[in-house]
Design a protein around this ligand. Structure first.
Ligand SMILES: *Cc1c(COP(=O)(O)O)cnc(C)c1O
Length: 454
């Protein structure tokens, strides 16, 4: 084959028409979600008050490997997909590595990240069921932005509970959501019972994702015709995000390539779960020898330092419990941690794969991450999101190892988004003011002590 192009796009005909549900090919299933009142496994119908029906069904479906993407969703995907598979020639040259580095770039849409892939699906199914409003939470703001766009497209009113520190630090994220007519509320707020309780216990709190989730769930379950949607962690979200991996795999096959190592940043696990899904199938079913690396911040290290235990998905302890790697639902990352990936838990699917030894995990301090972000921006001319830059850091380190050993490995990583709303953090780094905070074992123990006793 002639030289591999810098950017490679599938044609519309080559785009996936189905999502891939990795659970169907897992040798063992993640443990079931539990109802916190009865400690019995949740059934599909238990989820109907929280999620719309089709999404509740997808959440519980561990048998159907391939699920048709409805035509209306494919239509909206075609507005901004396929996303490019990029060969990082410049980065390879800069590192002087024999490794081949590829990345799948998901930042080429107005929301600026991969989150739109699931937002569209969730808004579509809600509309189809005739729901009249949706609620959600957002941390750094990308999910809220993506869902605001999707809800505006399908004509569904949306309330976004936005973690208070982000609400204050990222006024333009809020402005984008409001442009798409979303109602944005700083969390914790006094608009819900759980918000008022959290505020009375800790009036100075800058909020957390877990706390915003509690508020959004309460609002959905107490409002007629309203449901809750979540941008990560859930099985249904990983299913929708499989579009990333499916496109990447087809593109690599067309180029005559196949990765030795697949790397992704991990907050709740949705982009990583989506990117690795079809490759993990190859490992589980076809026994392909392939490495998977989850990259997380040292300040919120759920896989590398968390416990594999049943926990609530939210701070207010109102959601079902999931068995996952968790820092404890009471864990709130240090306020100096700049870039996303702040969730206390990890997708139960990824947690199970990690627990069973199919995936590795590493944690990086944020100054190391921003160093990589800056190098990448300069040579590849894309300004990466801080979250995505965790994956860049790891890809660089893996490529440098190849330089030492002389191995010509093929590395694929997920570049989940752009960082234009994170310039406060970039400025702090550029001015040498960024610091690292790694929680001590005692810090972590406090939240572990509050894990449900099961
Ligand atoms: C939300 C987000 C992440 C982390 O979420 P996951 O569910 O772990 O994928 C990573 N990168 C960007 C740009 C994001 O917006």
């Amino acid at each position: 084959m002639s030289k591999i192009p810098y950017r490679f796009y599938l044609s519309e005909e080559q785009m996936p028409k189905q999502w891939y549900n990795l659970r169907a090919d897992m040798p063992e299933q993640p443990d079931p979600m539990l109802n916190p009142a009865t400690l019995k496994p949740i059934e599909e119908k238990d989820l109907y008050p929280i999620f719309c029906k089709e999404l509740a069904h997808q959440e519980m479906d561990f048998e159907t490997a391939y699920i048709d993407i409805p035509e209306e969703i494919q239509e909206m995907y075609r507005i901004y997909r396929p996303s490019p598979l990029i060969r990082a020639y410049n980065l390879e040259k800069e590192l002087d590595t024999p490794a081949k580095i590829y990345y799948k770039f998901e930042g080429n849409n107005t929301s600026g990240s991969h989150k739109l892939n699931s937002a569209i699906a969730q808004a579509y199914y809600a509309k189809k069921q005739g729901l009249t409003s949706l609620t959600t939470e957002t941390g750094a703001g990308q999910w809220g932005t993506a869902l605001s766009e999707a809800c505006a497209y399908f004509g569904i009113p949306l309330t976004v509970y936005m973690v208070k520190c982000s609400y204050e630090q990222k006024p333009y994220r809020k402005a984008v959501m409001q442009t798409f007519d979303a109602n944005v509320v700083p969390s914790p707020s006094n608009t819900t019972e759980v918000g008022r309780k959290i505020l009375s216990e800790n009036p100075e709190t800058t909020g957390s994702l877990g706390c915003a989730i509690s508020e959004a769930v309460e609002k959905a379950t107490t409002t007629e015709g309203c449901r809750y949607v979540l941008g990560s962690v859930l099985n249904q979200v990983l299913l929708h995000q499989s579009i990333i991996g499916l496109e990447a795999k087809t593109a690599m096959e067309l180029l005559g390539e196949y990765p030795d190592t697949v790397i992704g940043c991990a907050g709740g696990g949705s982009n990583l779960g989506g990117l690795i899904a079809p490759f993990m199938r190859d490992k589980l079913v076809d026994k392909k020898n392939i490495r998977f690396i989850a990259v997380e911040p040292a300040s919120c290290p759920s896989l590398t330092r968390g416990k594999y235990a049943y926990d609530f998905c939210d701070t207010g302890r109102v959601t079902p419990m999931a068995r996952m790697y968790t820092l404890g639902c009471g864990f709130i990352p240090s306020a100096n941690h700049a870039g996303g990936l702040r969730y206390h838990g990890m997708s139960p699917i990824l947690s199970k794969l990690y627990h069973d030894g199919y995936m590795e995990a590493v944690a990086y301090e944020q100054t190391k991450v921003f160093e990589a972000a800056k190098l990448f921006a300069k040579v590849e001319t894309i300004l990466p999101a801080p979250e995505s830059s965790h994956a860049i850091r790891c890809a660089i380190d893996e490529a440098l190892k190849c330089k030492e050993t002389g191995e010509e490995k093929t590395i694929l990583f997920g570049l989940t988004g752009t960082g234009y709303f994170d310039m406060t953090a970039y400025s702090a780094f550029n001015e040498g003011k960024m610091t690292d905070y790694i929680p001590t074992d005692e810090d972590l123990q406090k939240a572990f002590d509050m894990l449900p006793k099961i």
